[in-house]
Design a protein around this ligand. Structure first.
Ligand SMILES: [Fe+2]
Length: 385
């Protein structure tokens, strides 16, 4: 008999989900003060999304200033510039708008403004003593899940070191999750961020520290994103597909914020730190290789994933069904146009050993369903190269 061990399940403080939800940002922001710093990136800023949010906030008599200098794989310096902008403005709270990078920087600035120090002081799990200032997170991608997770990831560029801060005190106060915000996302970004979210679902479901609540969310996340990601990539204006992908992403994010991930994320993080490969693309390339490696760590769960991805597993043994899961991911990646190799995205072969050393320091290695040595990570990079 298998008995469930004790576990925490943390739900985000508030999620306001649905078509048009972002229009309510003014009302939702009122309790947090009168001055908001909007943290975003140049692309989101240009797309006009930020103007809309500013107008809504102004109609609730909230003054805003925009910090739009967040880059992909955001750096320690960017967090410090954001903090300075926040202090110079006399901000009371933050509205973070964009993909994972702006939301992570917004959460980092809010963390430093109550805890002091540098963001590097908080690397790891459970180091943040005081709750961050309020952040309203409004994702424009269905990917990272930063709007509902207790994680953020920042890059120390001189050290080529990308590190997580994981603490319940850094979560956003409200996540406003509105599929409309993703309508203008280009196909490649829809694909790579969607594969990141799907990786969260698969790695959360199969890691060694799951529990019944996280498993339900993760597997349903796999099902929804598997069924609708192609359509969201094929026609970005398909609101039904955007809605289903975003719901699947929300579920996956709540799941992995309560578990951890696995070898894909352990190995994708150095690809960002060393070669600036965007997170979603790094994960998408590595995912099928890691799944093939992991299948017999937990065949039953990989069989569930194959089924959730729409594979016909009738009459198959558990292991045969399980091997259909990485195949299903390969088909999906091909259909949505994910690059096939690390070489294509600018990775250099001579970086593999150093990246593997860095990957082995990740806590995600320890919860991967198959025990992993450094040679396994080197093989993974070589196979994907
Ligand atoms: Fe991720």
């Amino acid at each position: 008999m298998e008995i469930q061990k004790a576990y925490f399940f943390r739900v985000p403080p508030e999620v306001f989900y649905g078509i048009g939800a972002a229009e309510k940002v003014g009302e939702l922001a009122k309790p947090f003060g009168r001055r908001a710093l909007i943290v975003t990136d140049p692309g989101v800023s240009r797309a006009g999304v930020v103007d809309e949010i500013k107008t809504r906030l102004r109609s609730s008599e909230i003054e805003t200033e925009v910090f739009h200098k967040v880059e992909p794989n955001p750096s320690v310096e960017t967090v410090e510039k954001g903090l300075k902008a926040f202090e110079d403005f006399g901000g009371e709270f933050i509205v973070a708008v964009g993909g994972g990078s702006p939301m992570d920087v917004g959460k980092a600035v809010a963390t430093l403004s109550t805890n002091g120090g540098r963001i590097t002081d908080y690397e790891g799990v459970g180091k943040v003593e005081k709750p961050a200032l309020p952040v309203i997170a409004i994702p424009t991608t269905a990917g990272t899940g930063s709007e509902v997770t207790i994680n953020l990831v920042i890059t120390d560029r001189p050290k080529k070191h990308k590190f997580p801060v994981i603490d319940k005190n850094i979560a956003a106060r409200i996540a406003i999750v509105d599929p409309v915000m993703t309508l203008s996302l280009p196909p490649q970004v829809t694909a790579s961020t969607g594969l990141d979210a799907l990786t969260h679902a698969i790695e959360s479901y199969t890691c060694t520290i799951t529990h019944p609540v996280s498993e339900v969310l993760a597997l349903e996340g796999v099902r929804l994103m598997g069924a609708y990601l192609r359509q969201a990539v094929a026609n970005g204006k398909n609101l039904e597909a955007r809605d289903k992908v975003m719901t699947g992403c929300l579920m996956a994010s709540m799941a992995f914020s309560n578990t951890r991930l696995g070898n894909v994320h352990a190995a994708s993080t150095p690809l960002g730190g060393f070669f600036d490969v965007p997170h979603g693309i790094a994960n998408a390339i590595l995912l099928p290789y890691v799944m093939e490696f992991n299948v017999f760590g937990d065949p039953k769960k990989f069989a569930h994933i194959a089924e959730a991805l729409g594979e016909d597993i009738y009459g198959l043994t558990e292991l045969e069904a399980a091997y259909k899961a990485p195949q299903a991911i390969k088909k999906l990646s091909r259909d949505v146009g994910i690059p096939k190799t690390l070489r294509e995205v600018g990775v250099k072969e001579e970086g593999i050993e150093d990246m593997a050393k860095e990957a082995m320091t990740s806590g995600n290695i320890l919860v991967n369903p198959r025990a992993t040595k450094i040679e396994d990570i080197i093989n993974l990079y070589r196979s994907a190269f």
